[in-house]
Design a protein around this ligand. Structure first.
Ligand SMILES: [Zn+2]
Length: 323
């Protein structure tokens, strides 16, 4: 799909737009404040009510107009406790939103002069915003397929051979696009692709009335009685499309993911793989929004600020993280 070259004007957000909207740390802070406390209205712990807040000169905080108690728009966000400038955070989010295949920590290190470790941590934090765990797929036609990450592709279509433990399965479901809206994807790193696993995932994310398209892989056998229609394409007979029966949509997504993350995943945990999948899915699910994906990411910062923060996991960058 060639959407990137044909972004309509109202969905375009260029680096010039970014520089104009966010010229300084203060501009970013003001934006964040408006996202979290529109008009400066926020609950003041001391006054025990919503009060108006004003910027405190020289500090990244806002004070209550009545009692001067201070609040920070960064509290509870991924920016809290970070010594990196807010504008750099915004720039990193802009980059992550604007590329189709992802952006490497190396690249932001080169462009901005932060250390590789800092850049890597920023991306990890930003990625943590991009999960859509409660999203339900609603398409009337969906494709389900798996791919395997890491290790060497020994088996046909990358399915692992016996004893090939390095490969991590990823199960994906994608809605086919309709005239009304673009199809969305759900991609899950899973411990295995057993019958039970496949049925469990299908039940959680696919509407019972949907038509489900898969290939002939036996793991999908048990879907047949459970959905309105289960149509299968016989890849082993080298058939890839038969009328509307194909899995090309989900395979298009897999190739996007694979092109993006390259062959670095044989060293990383399942949990970590999921965060990359979330990033690709987040962009894919908003591909009709042009560069305004950036706005969606900014919104996530404020939305997730109120939620409890995930306990810090190990923060050492993988040495081969070329991403
Ligand atoms: Zn107050």
């Amino acid at each position: 799909m060639n959407y990137r070259q044909t972004i309509p004007a109202h969905l375009r957000y260029t680096i010039q737009d970014f520089n104009r909207q966010f010229p300084t740390d203060d501009a970013c802070l003001e934006h964040l404040k408006e996202q979290r406390f529109p008009g400066g209205m926020a609950f003041c712990e001391k006054c025990r009510q919503e009060t108006k807040h004003h910027r405190v000169h020289g500090r990244p905080v806002y004070g209550c107009d009545v009692c001067l108690t201070q609040i920070s728009p960064m509290a509870g966000t991924i920016f809290e406790h970070s010594s990196t400038s807010l504008r750099l955070w915004y720039y990193a989010m802009y980059l992550m939103a604007s590329t189709r295949c992802g952006i490497s920590a190396k690249q932001i290190q080169r462009e901005t002069g932060v250390t590789y470790k800092t850049a890597w941590r920023m991306f990890r934090q930003i990625r943590s915003l991009l999960s859509e765990s409660d999203m339900q797929l609603e398409g009337s036609a969906v494709e389900m397929d798996e791919m395997y990450y890491g290790g060497k592709a020994k088996g046909r279509r990358g399915r692992p051979m016996r004893g090939d433990k390095q490969k991590m399965p990823v199960v994906g479901i994608v809605e086919r696009s309709t005239k009304e809206r673009v199809g969305r994807v759900k991609a899950l790193a899973t411990p295995d692709v057993s019958h039970d696993r496949i049925v469990g995932i299908a039940h959680e994310y696919i509407m019972p009335k949907s038509i489900v398209f898969t290939d002939e892989y036996p793991a999908y056998d048990r879907l047949t009685p459970r959905f309105k229609k289960h149509k299968r394409i016989n890849h082993s007979a080298k058939v890839y499309v038969m009328g509307d029966v194909h899995t090309n949509t989900i395979e298009g997504f897999w190739s996007l993911v694979k092109r993006g993350i390259g062959g670095v995943y044989h060293q990383v945990s399942q949990k970590y793989l999921q965060s990359y999948l979330n990033e690709y899915s987040f962009r894919y699910n908003r591909r009709d929004q042009g560069n305004l994906i950036f706005t969606s990411i900014l919104r996530r910062v404020a939305e997730l600020a109120a939620l409890p923060v995930e306990a810090p996991a190990q923060m050492t960058p993988a040495p081969t993280d070329a991403f």
